[in-house]
Every structure is written in C-alpha cells, then in structure tokens.
Design a protein around this ligand. Structure first.
Ligand code: XIL
Length: 312
C-alpha cells in the first residue's frame, strides 16, 4: 500500500502524527517514519518538559524527535509555547509579578524557538486560549498579562524564527460555534493590527459519530481570512469495547475529516494525536473511552487507516 504521506503529498497536503521520542524504534519507529510526513512532539516541547527547574533545560527528547524527523525527511510541528497546562511548578507557584511573567515568557519563547530555528515548520505558539463561550480563558498568562499575551507571544516567536509558521491552536473549534467564532475574530483583529499569525490549529479530539457538519465551512472561513489551517490533534474516541460497527463509524468519521481538509487548499496539515491505540492519551484521560486512533494496539491498520487513505 502507498504510505499515507505519499498519498497526502500527491494532494498537496502533509499528514502527521504526535510522537513520543523514546518509542521511535521498532515497529513504532518504522510506521512513524514511513507513513507520516510531519511529527509533533506529544509532550517533549512543553515548558515543563524543557525547563523542569528554572534555568535547567532538558532538550533530550525534543532534540531526538527533531533529529528523527530530519533523518526521515519530515516536518516538525512545534507544540506548544504558551499554555495553561503542563507548565513547570516553579512558574505557576504564584511568586511572579506581571512584569516578571512577561520577561519569563519572552525568554522562554526566544530560547525554545531560537534553539530549533530553521527546523520547525510550524509552531503552536498559543494553545487553548478560549473558553467554550468564546471569552478568554483565565490562566496564568491572561491573568498576569491580559489578552495581549497572545500578540506578544506571536511577535516574539516571529523574531526568533522568521521562517516558522505561527499558529493559535484550540479544541472544540472544528465546527462553526461561539468558540471558533471568537478565534476567527481574534485572527482577523491580529491581522488588522499587523501581528504575525499564519495559521489556526483545529485540534479535533472528536467523539464517535460527532464530526461537526460545519467543519469544511469553518476551515474555509479561516482560509478566506488569509491564514492556513491545520487539523492538529485528530482522534475519534469511542466507548469501549470497540466492535465492528463502531470501527466502521470511526472510519467514516476519519474519512469525513480528511475529506474536509482535502477540499480546502489552505488546509495544509492533518495530524493524528498518536497513530496507535496503545499510544493514545484518550484511555487515561476519558475513562471508558479509547480505540481512538487509526492503528490498533498491535500496530495493525484499522478501518480508519484505510478510510484516511481513501480520502487522500
Ligand atoms: C496530552 C498528551 O498527549 C498527554 O500525554 C499528556 O499527559 C497531556 O497532554 N490538547 C493538547 C495536547 O494540546 O498537548 C494534549 O496532549 C492533548 C490535548
């Protein structure tokens, strides 16, 4: 069978997966390297991973993933620079003034983006800034710096690597709704202000049978605004145990998402959040749910895999 990355390339798309560095050997490494044209570190580039103690950096896993990607002719999506989760305890202990927080954030972005300058195709600069109703999420960053933390982070990222595409990434923004409209309005205003923003990431952590009917329309409205779109963290979880009817529905869901991306020229990347059911965050995060990826726990392709291939 033709690898997914080649099918995607023929359509002008890049297909990716989230990966864990320590697993990039054996069958997992073979599949990650051969089937996908883009890798996203699942955790390795998050602040708590790269700077567990203040001023003490650990780039081991991030470096490993970037090197693997280069060896396999793959892009890397950097994930993620500014988020309310997975920050080191020293950063979130409440001891910093607003001015200090701003300096810490600028240094973090300059250091991390600068380290990988020229090797990261796209950065998820800001992750999950919105609430479901479209208001800004209260977070370390919003509370300390106000909504301008988003524009500042993008500006600092651009300065550190002018070639990297800069994204804002969020979940439950796949269809047209209050949250995706807030994201749309933010991107429009950033562009009006001349703030560097190149794309939006739609995470797409979906539930079986619930692909939003407005997905393609939503991708298109961002494209029409003049930014790229990426499906950044696709998975489709189901209540366990899986059965053939659920796997068939899941295949239809993967196919619908893939087709929506293929239909819009500016949808440039479709990334799954782990390619095998044994390597998914779903089972531990959503008790009773799982089987969310295109390969089963033994790395055998599921109906969802063939559905993606068919839609590419
Ligand atoms: C998840 C990882 O997959 C898990 O291993 C980790 O324990 C928690 O974070 N949205 C995101 C990702 O942007 O960074 C999250 O990744 C999943 C939800």
């Amino acid at each position: 069978d033709t690898p997914l990355r080649d099918l995607a390339a023929a359509k002008g798309k890049v297909i990716g997966t989230a990966v864990t560095g320590s697993k990039l050997t054996g069958t997992y490494g073979d599949l990650a390297g051969s089937q996908f044209g883009s890798l996203t570190p699942g955790n390795a580039m998050k602040w708590e991973s790269v700077e567990p103690s203040r001023g003490t950096f650990d780039w081991t896993e991030a470096d490993q993933i970037v090197a693997f990607a280069q060896a396999h002719g793959q892009q890397v999506r950097g994930h993620t620079l500014v988020w309310h989760n997975q920050n080191p305890a020293w950063l979130t202990d409440g001891s910093w003034t607003s001015a200090q927080l701003g300096t810490l954030l600028q240094d973090h972005i300059s250091t991390e983006v600068g380290r990988y300058k020229g090797r990261i195709a796209a950065w998820d600069v800001v992750n999950e800034p919105f609430n479901e109703d479209g208001t800004y999420r209260t977070s370390l960053w919003y509370n300390g710096l106000g909504a301008d933390y988003i524009a500042d982070a993008l500006t600092w990222a651009r300065a550190a690597d002018p070639a990297a595409k800069l994204y804002i990434n969020d979940y439950n923004v796949e269809g047209v709704n209050a949250k995706s409209t807030a994201l749309y309005n933010l991107v429009r205003s950033l562009k009006e202000r001349g703030v560097p923003i190149d794309g939006v990431g739609l995470q797409a952590h979906l539930i079986l049978g619930q692909v939003p009917s407005t997905l393609q329309q939503n991708i298109q409205r961002f494209a029409d605004l003049g930014v790229d779109v990426a499906i950044t963290e696709l998975d489709v979880r189901m209540a366990l145990p899986a059965d053939s009817a659920k796997l068939a529905q899941q295949a239809a869901d993967y196919k619908a998402v893939t087709a929506a991306c293929v239909a819009v020229t500016r949808c440039v990347n479709l990334t799954v959040w782990g390619f095998a059911d044994s390597d998914s965050w779903v089972d531990s995060t959503f008790p009773g749910y799982g089987a969310a990826t295109p390969y089963d726990a033994n790395y055998a392709p599921k109906p969802a895999y063939y559905a993606i291939a068919q839609a590419l």
